[in-house]
Design a protein around this ligand. Structure first.
Ligand code: 5GP
Ligand code: ZN
Length: 110
């Protein structure tokens, strides 16, 4: 059972901010900023290591839609974060991009 596959199916409730036939975006349950949503492909992809020539269209679509979703939530400046693998802090093994904003984000690693 993959948590985000269950969220996409609607078996686990979430606060949707955007959905189409390829992707689903919803608020993070534990936000680190006033705006913090996650964008996931509807096809299960484990992580960035699982991106292939066949499924990379989902990733392209995610990045096409992020500006639109962010704008709909009132932000045009934001940070996109992806954790790939356990050492990097990935806790849900379904590819997802964090989009955070709505305040000055301050300190950063890069
Ligand atoms: P990761 O640490 O894998 O990069 O990010 C996983 C994110 O999923 C975390 O920020 C966590 O707060 C969020 N999360 C975990 N479980 C749920 C849930 O059931 N619903 C929602 N909306 N977010 C979740
Ligand atoms: Zn999944």
């Amino acid at each position: 059972m993959c948590l985000f596959c269950e969220i996409i199916k609607g078996n686990i409730p979430s606060t949707k901010v955007y959905e189409d036939d390829m992707i689903y975006a919803f608020n993070d349950i534990n936000p680190v900023a006033p705006v913090h949503f996650l964008v996931v492909p509807k096809e299960h992809i484990c992580c960035v290591n699982g991106i292939t020539a066949e499924n990379s269209k989902y990733v392209a679509h995610i990045f096409e839609k992020i500006p639109e979703i962010a704008k709909s939530l009132g932000i045009e400046s934001y940070r996109i974060i992806n954790n790939c693998g356990a050492d990097a802090g990935q806790t849900v093994m379904h590819l997802h991009f964090h989009v955070i904003g709505g305040k000055e984000l301050g300190e950063k690693i890069l």
